[in-house]
Design a binder for this molecule. Structure first.
Ligand code: SAH
Length: 221
């Protein structure tokens, strides 16, 4: 039986409790849970998968890519610790679901996607949903988005073999980068990288995850 939206929210809360010893949080912030209850995941999955839209699993979105599982979306969002003033960079727009969740919590979201078709579909979705604080650009996210930096939060939704240096450089003081790091097509480690106000970089391992690879090829425009 497919889950309902409410069951999806309950599962996120249960998973948050189960993983508390790894993540350091027994629950996600009220604001994050509110955002998860406001953005309809079914609007971001292909029509054939709509029935499973609220199941706590990844789903295909075309072009060999996937929309992440809802618990991971909530966890990564929580780890960014956004405020209503935050400016966030996402690498890997995909369906646009994660960006739409971020857009509920932050002032402005910039999102980079290397596949033009996905970037275009996501842009159209945001327009249809009336979301106006997300800008999507088709470009290699490994270079970040220099013109819009520094960012209060950077989230990478594809697995990097190592942290792209540009992303660390574009992180503002006190900012957080949440990124899965590890070999492609295997398990990776979700990292929370913080730039302390002093400038020091602090890395924390959160837990094991499985993401599609971050592809570091050249220009797309
Ligand atoms: N955040 C997405 C999940 C996307 S899956 C969602 O909510 O649906 C990861 C995405 O990263 C894919 O769409 C893939 O095309 C994109 N990607 C991979 N390497 C990239 C790169 N170097 N720059 C930008 N996007 C990249």
């Amino acid at each position: 039986m497919a889950d309902t939206w409410q069951q999806m929210l309950d599962t996120i809360a249960t998973e948050a409790r189960y993983t508390a010893s790894m993540t350091g949080r027994t629950q996600f912030s009220e604001a994050v849970m509110q955002a998860m209850s406001e953005v309809d995941r079914s609007a971001f999955v292909p029509a054939v998968n709509r029935e499973q839209a609220y199941d706590n699993g990844p789903l295909p979105i075309g072009n060999g890519q996937t929309i992440s599982q809802p618990y991971i979306v909530a966890l990564m969002t929580d780890l960014l610790e956004l405020t209503p003033d935050s400016v966030v960079l996402e690498v890997g727009t995909g369906s646009g679901y994660q960006a739409a969740v971020l857009a509920q919590l932050a002032r402005q979201v910039y999102s980079l996607e290397r596949i033009p078709e996905l970037a275009e579909v996501a842009r159209k979705r945001f327009a249809d949903l009336g979301v106006t604080n997300i800008e999507v650009r088709c470009a290699n996210g490994c270079d970040g988005w220099q013109e819009k930096a520094p960012f209060d939060g950077i989230i990478v939704t594809a697995a990097a073999s190592e942290i792209p240096p540009a992303l660390i450089e574009q992180l503002g003081p006190g900012g957080r980068l949440v990124i899965p790091v590890g070999p492609p097509c295997s398990y990776q480690e979700l990292l929370q990288v913080t730039r302390e106000p002093s400038g020091d970089i602090h890395r924390r391992r959160i837990l094991g995850v499985a993401f599609v690879p971050l592809i570091n090829d050249q220009k797309y425009e």
